[in-house]
Design a protein around this ligand. Structure first.
Ligand code: IPM
Ligand code: MN
Length: 367
């Protein structure tokens, strides 16, 4: 198979982790005799520095003309504490999602058994958890009208959803549930918000097309509690942009660490694959970032954008073998991990690569 992949490292640890994701993709191409042609492009703080624009037009052209995108992260501390800056790295990410029509963000939360002790949640509560989030990605407060009035003393962000935006992601969630445990939990705040009442109404209507899938509705506050109390009670979670952003950071603890969570953003055209963690400037340049979320993103890329299931599953198996051998980056190490088992970003990537040639395949994301 011949495909063009754009690597979009972005800011902070984005560069370090996508280097490892790319390394794994190159090894997969070699083993399975594919031709992956890589291009690199810029977004975020770096792009602002270079051109004043967090998503330059040249980047958009490159992204629209490739088969898949492996993205790192955007963000820079300089902007976080200065609300007066009008041009911000995150605008690049949001514009990219909108321009490419990436309305569905899939965030699989699957715990590797070896990491049961890495989470701050008790192992007996976590064991066997396997959740697939569908976070709507191009609507909600992220894209509703926003502004200031009263001389800047009043600020607003409009929470807005249109029927078609809810319908299209709901279909995706129900279809995915059919390949899993056939349960969709739709999360909203319909006891307070009008946009959530439309959300609930539309999801209930769409569910009629999938009588074999069980649907339940939860309010977001209660869902946040139940995720930690009983994560095994969830299969597919369907929710809006803001609630999905918050709940998936919370749910990352079910997988042991933020450094383990990959995501796929899909919709109208090319797919984009990225870790859910951010640019993490506190650890940038130290070489200690966990590259597994980027490597898992590469695995999702192969499966979803290229239909290469065996290749995708081989990456999961290689990560399992790595973790079974006791190797950890600092974020997933526990008190029993000895110093010589702690790898840095690059040696972790290389160890996973070394495992790829050795292993049979298993099914991971659809188990
Ligand atoms: C994410 C991030 C982004 C979001 C930020 C960087 C704009 O937190 O992908 O979850 O809020 O969507
Ligand atoms: Mn987030």
């Amino acid at each position: 198979m011949k495909r063009k992949i754009v690597i979009l490292p972005g800011d902070g640890i984005g560069k370090e982790v996508t280097t490892e994701g790319k390394k794994v993709l190159q090894k997969i191409a070699e083993i399975f005799d594919h031709q992956f042609d890589f291009e690199e492009s810029i977004i975020g703080h770096d792009a602002i520095e270079a051109s004043g624009n967090p998503l330059p037009d040249e980047t958009i052209v490159q992204l629209k003309n490739c088969d898949a995108i492996l993205f790192g992260a955007v963000g820079h501390p300089k902007y976080d504490n200065d609300p007066t800056l009008k041009v911000r790295p995150e605008q690049g990410l949001l514009k990219m999602r909108k321009e490419l029509g990436l309305y569905a963000n899939l965030r699989p939360i699957k715990l590797f058994d070896e990491l049961l002790e890495a989470s701050s949640i008790k192992a007996e509560i976590l064991k066997g958890s396997d959740i697939l989030f569908f976070r709507e990605l191009t609507g909600d407060v992220y894209f509703g009208e926003k502004g200031r009035k009263d001389d800047g003393n009043t600020a607003y962000d409009l929470m807005i959803y249109q029927r078609y935006e809810i319908e299209r992601i709901a279909h995706k969630a129900f279809l995915a549930a059919r390949t899993r445990r056939r349960k969709v939990t739709s999360v909203d705040k319909a006891n307070v918000l009008e946009s959530s009442r439309l959300w609930r109404q539309v999801v209930t209507e769409i569910a009629k097309n999938y009588p074999d899938v069980e649907l339940d509705h939860q309010f977001v506050d209660s869902a946040a509690m139940k995720l930690i109390q009983n994560p095994r009670s969830f299969d597919v979670v369907l929710t809006g942009n803001l609630f999905g952003d918050i709940l998936t950071d919370e749910a990352s603890q079910i997988a042991g660490s933020m450094g383990m969570l990959a995501s796929a953003s899909v919709g109208d055209s090319v797919g984009l694959y990225e870790p859910i963690h951010g640019s993490a400037h506190d650890i940038t340049g130290k070489g200690i970032a966990n590259p597994l979320a980027s490597i898992l993103s590469a695995s999702l890329l192969l499966d979803i954008s290229f239909g290469l299931k065996e290749e995708s599953e081989l990456i999961i198996k290689a990560i399992e073998a790595t973790l079974k051998s006791g190797y950890r980056t600092v974020d997933i190490a526990d008190s029993k991990t000895s110093k010589d088992k702690i790898l840095n970003t690059s040696t972790m990537g290389s160890f996973v690569v070394s495992q790829l040639e050795k292993i049979p395949v298993v099914n991971y994301f659809n188990s």
